[in-house]
Design a protein around this ligand. Sequence first.
Ligand SMILES: [Zn+2]
Length: 93
Amino acid sequence: MPYGRQFYRVHGGKDADDVYTVHSQLMSTFSPSCTCPAFAYSVLLSETQLMCKHVLAVRLAERLDKCLVQEGSDDDIAKLCDPPPPKAPPKGK
Ligand SMILES: [Zn+2]
């Protein structure tokens, strides 16, 4: 594990494209981090909540051992952060 970077993708619910990234690496040492607007508003700005539902889901999943673990290179991580191009040619063969 070269970087020790770990995060989870959490599907929001309303929308199939509603996917947020939760950085669990920060959980043990610092406050958790999520990319959704609710986290930014409720947690970071108004401080009315400790975490958003995505972080909560990740914590539950960790407890219940229900996480899908995917190992990936930096390339893969970059792909997770950006939507893939619509018609990418298959590679690796
Ligand atoms: Zn969230």
